[in-house]
Design a protein around this ligand. Structure first.
Ligand code: SF4
Length: 335
């Protein structure tokens, strides 16, 4: 069991945590949003009930852009740490709160800034001229070392902006990178990172689900490994997935290979379809599991959203390297 999923240890004699009524919490959050002059942004991968109390739900690109248009003094970002950082970087004057600062990202963790800097130095020492393109799922320290930031929604467009005579170093997701090499025809040096959620999809379960659901279509996120993408009828980031299901009028069974909470916005925009999450498989034991839930996103709960609104913390605090990261983010996402 990943450390993040372990149950809390309750000391003998300590009061048992009280489960609060979600409807009461939602009312309290609505009241606090007004009282504290706050806007809630929620990623499509957090629980549906958090998406329902949010002012904006979306993918990384939509939320980064939405953050720049927020009129309130405070942003509550229900997502993972690099997303809160990006919201702060693009809005230095706003207070950016997160329900849980420990909500990290295995993909961002797979590319530490010191290692990236060493590798870039090594390439330069070999006389290679390149630009570094980073998927948005990276820390601000990594963004500060890059030339471009992409999301699954704008990657092709940004890659076209890299001069043809330069090589591309793509970090951190090798699967997304490989997919982009195929769709853009640009060779790339790929950093060997990956996302724990998309890495674990089981090809056997996918094929079984296809056989048990005749006429179904597979929709997959480009962060999935190639063996899953080879069986996909549609490949796209979260927003492209929404557009795909909304454009399809005929009721269809869709096998969804991405974080399971993504089914919530899909159901909302296209309720005519049936959505089946593709199960994951544990690399360590080979057992089928619920790994298509991101344990980092799952750290966001309604209680924590209420608590951070009420208490005004935890907060993303400005760091010196945010200045360099800001230039790259603005050039890539806002221009
Ligand atoms: S689903 Fe993967 S890439 Fe997305 S936040 Fe979770 S660990 Fe990171």
């Amino acid at each position: 069991m990943p450390a993040d999923l372990q149950l809390p240890i309750i000391e003998p004699g300590a009061p048992t945590p009280i489960e609060e009524d979600p409807l009461d919490l939602m009312d309290e959050i609505d009241r606090l949003k007004v009282e504290k002059d706050a806007t809630i942004l929620a990623h499509y991968y957090v629980d549906g009930e958090i998406q329902d109390v949010a002012d904006v739900s979306g993918d990384s690109l939509q939320l980064a852009r939405a953050a720049t248009k927020v009129a309130s003094g405070t942003i509550v970002f229900a997502g993972v740490h690099f997303m809160g950082e990006s919201a702060k970087i693009l809005n230095p004057s706003k207070r950016v709160l997160m329900p849980d600062l420990l909500a990290g990202c295995s993909l961002a963790d797979s590319c530490p800034a010191p290692e990236l800097r060493l590798f870039q130095d090594q390439l330069r020492a070999e006389g290679r001229t390149f630009e570094t393109v980073a998927y948005i799922n990276t820390t601000a320290a990594v963004k500060a070392l890059c030339d471009w930031i992409v999301t699954s929604g704008n990657a092709r467009e940004i890659i076209d902006r890299v001069p043809a005579e330069k090589e591309i170093l793509f970090v951190p997701d090798q699967h997304l990178g490989r997919y982009l090499v195929e769709v853009t025809g640009r060779p790339m040096i790929l950093w060997p990172g990956s996302c724990m959620v998309h890495e674990v999809f089981s090809i056997q379960d996918l094929l079984r689900a296809k056989r048990n659901n005749p006429g179904s279509l597979v929709i997959a996120h480009p962060e999935c490994p190639r063996n899953i993408l080879e069986h996909a009828d549609f490949i796209g980031g979260t927003e492209k997935m929404r557009q795909f299901v909304a454009a399809r009028a005929e009721p269809t069974t869709l096998l969804v290979a991405t974080e399971a909470n993504m089914i919530h916005p899909l159901q909302k925009i296209a309720p005519q379809h049936t959505y089946v999450p593709v199960p994951g498989i544990m690399a360590s034991t080979g057992e089928t599991c619920a790994c298509n839930r991101c344990p980092h996103m799952a750290r966001n709960t309604l209680q924590k959203v209420r608590d951070c609104l009420r208490d005004g913390r935890p907060e993303i605090v400005w760091q010196p390297h945010f200045d360099a990261a800001r230039e790259v983010l603005e050039r890539s996402l806002l221009k």
